[in-house]
Unconditional design. Sequence first.
Length: 129
Amino acid sequence: MTVIRIHRMINLLIAAVWMINGLFCKVLNLVPRHREIVGNLLGLKYANSLTLLIGFLEIAMAIWILSNIRSRLNAILQIVIIATMNVIECIAVPHLLLWGYYNGFFAFLFILLIYYNEFYLNSKPVLNQ
């Protein structure tokens, strides 16, 4: 299997994670815990609308990943979002996380996968100027 094919397969996996979390967990509300987390962090009054917004943004992230447009910027943004979100959740609402504090560990592994996929498997030659 070529490096390009592995990179594409991992890209599909990463996009699927964003799509599943956005569409199924948040937009379709199949995992109400996500709405609880948003409600605890940002207020119950806006929990429904903000959870939907976050879900649609996660779906947009999945589409952006699949588009391969500005993929390095995309990877950096994913890493920042995942790290920030997990730090905030671990501090503010660890009791609502699926794996409690271990969520941070799985988020770290996901960040490593995103980094490896973009900056090692998708290495682009630098042109000498």
